[in-house]
Design a protein around this ligand. Sequence first.
Ligand SMILES: [Mn+2]
Length: 268
Amino acid sequence: MATYVISDVHGCYTAFQELLRKAGFDEENDELIIAGDIIDRGKENIEMLRYLENAPDYVTFLMGNHDYDFMGYCEKFCNAFDNGRFDGDFTEMKKDDWLLNSFVSDKYGTVSQLLINYDVTIEDFRKWYNLFKDLDYYRIKEINDKKYIIVHAGYITDKGYSRFCMKGLSPSYLRWGIEYFYMWARSDGYFEGGMNNATVIFGHTPTILDEMFYNDGKVWIKRNKEKNCRFIDIDCGYVYKDKFANANMAIIRLEDEKITYLEDKKGR
Ligand SMILES: [Mn+2]
């Protein structure tokens, strides 16, 4: 039995399934943790949502910022329906972006993609809302005497968070609380958030983009000797593959920390 971690599938269902096969993931015996952002940006959002709906026992989904936003859209549709402000008929919204966007700000086009290409109903949105709202923000695993914290963007202890707030965080952090950190952390202060003697595995900031974890589409690893902790960014930006040749999808097996890439790039 092994534990695998992947992140930021972003509606790339086929690639995700292919990577599981390539890594030798065994549905009968292994465990999979998906560290958030299962949808948006990619083309196979419905496939990811159906996968969430039929969630096999071996998989744990954690909340990402895109999942959280999508949950908000679902909630809005359902509330409007429950309050009689919407009859559940999406026909007009399918034809009219303005109408759709007046309901939900469909930033990544996922909702219109679902409405136009598939026969989705208000009950689908209700189902998705209920599934997303129960997701955890992080998961802690002890494997071979090592502690792993799996989270979408960044982990911070409650105590660390209070200290962090005192130092003057961005207004968004203060407004939304610690969950915002788990889903959105992306700053130097991020590294204060870890826990001693632990490895934080996260995604959210693709290693293919020219940002703080840039590593040309390979997994990014940094050790903090002082705290004896490590940070591993496993989001290799696969959904950006049309823009960046080295974008990739990676999965890590915690027992031996073996990393498998979907695409084996030359010279690696
Ligand atoms: Mn994200």
